[in-house]
Write a protein that binds this ligand. Sequence first.
Ligand SMILES: *Cc1c(COP(=O)(O)O)cnc(C)c1O
Length: 404
Amino acid sequence: MYKINQNYLKLPGSYLFSTIGKKVNAYSAANPDKNIIRLGIGDVTQPLAPAIIEALHSAVDEMAHVETFHGYAPDLGYAFLRNAIVKGDYESRGCDIQADEIFVSDGAKCDCSNIQELFSLDNVVAVCDPVYPVYVDSNVMAGRTGTYDASTGMWSDVVYMPCTEENGFTPALPKKTPDLIYLCYPNNPTGMAITKAELQKWVDYANEKGALILYDAAYEAYISEEDVPHTIYECDGARTCAIEFRSFSKNAGFTGVRLGYTVVPKDLVRDGGSLHDMWARRHGTKYNGAPYIVQKAGEAVYSEEGRAQLKEQVAYYMNNARTIREGLREAGYTVYGGVNAPYVWLKVPAGMTSWEFFDYLLERAGVVGTPGSGFGPSGEGYFRLTGFGSHENTEKAIERIKKL
Ligand SMILES: *Cc1c(COP(=O)(O)O)cnc(C)c1O
C-alpha cells in the first residue's frame, strides 16, 4: 500500500490569487460595462525582442538538418550560453565565477524550490517577511517547517525576518541563527533593493555562522542605483557562503519560454559533500530542462543587439513603475520600491487592512492589485502594484486612483 508525503497536506493552498480571482470575477459579473485594469500581475506583457526571435528561428532551422540537429543538452547547459553568462554577468562586474559553476535550467522557480533537497531536514530556514512564497512552500513539502498557525500565517520552525518601513525593508541579522537564509534582492513584493555594504554584512554573518545564503536575483536587470549589487558575488567571501538564482523571465520576457540558471561555487563544501557536485546529480539534471533552441535564445540576450533591445524593454516597465510611484505620491500615498524593481509597495491608508484596500481599489477605481498580507504577516498594511502592464493602462489606472 503506498503512502503519501503528508507534508503536502500541510500547505494552506494558494489562497491569495484564488481569492483575488474570485473577487475580480464577482465584480465583473456585477459591472459588465466596467473596464478592469490589472496592476497585480507578476508576469511580463511585452513580446520577445527581435534579436531573441531571430535566434529562436535560426535554432529551429538548425534542428531540421542532420548536420546541425541537437539532441540531449549537456548537463550544465551549452558552453556557448554558460560562457556568455560568465562574461556578461560576472566577469564584467569583477566577480570570480567560472563557466562550470553555472547550471542552466528552465527557470529560477524550480531551482529555488529544488535547492532545499541538498540539505538535511533539520536545517533551520530563514525568510524575509513578506516574501515570494516559493521558498517556504518548497520547505513545507520537504517537512522542514513545523506546524502552520492560520491565525498568524506563520510556520513554527521558520525564522521570519520582518522587512518593514522601520528597517528600510532590509531585515536585521537574526538572533536565532538559521542554517539556510533566503534573500531576494531587488525584492518581490516590496520592490526594494539592498546596498552592497548591507549585503556584505549578510555574507560576513553567513561565513561566521556557517550558514548558507540562497540569493534570488531575478530582478537584477532593473537595478538603477550605483550602490546596489547586481550579484551577491560582488561581496567579498560570497563564494564560500552563497548560491545565486537568476532568471531570464523578467529581464528578457522568457516567462513562457523558460530559462534560468543557478550559480553553485565549487568552494561550497560541507561534511565532505560538495554542493556543486550534489547539484549536478539533482533530479532532471540530464537535460537541465532548457532545450537547445531556448539556450540559443538565451545567448542572444547577451549579444550587443539583444542587450540594447532588452534595455528598452526594462526601461518600458520601469517607466510604468515610475508612473505608478509618482502618481501615487501626488495622490498622497506613501510608496516604496519602483526604483530598482518594477514593483511599487504602497502603504494602505490608515485604518484599512490590505484586503480592505483591495476591495476599495477594485470597487471605486476598477484597479486590481495584490494585498501585501498575501506575502506574509509583515505585508499587512501594504499593497503591491506592478509596472508589467501596458503604459496606456498604467496611466489610466493612476488617473482613476488620483480621482478617488
Ligand atoms: C518571477 C520570479 C522568479 C522567476 O521565476 P522563473 O521560474 O524563472 O520564471 C524568481 N524569483 C522571484 C522572486 C520572482 O518574482
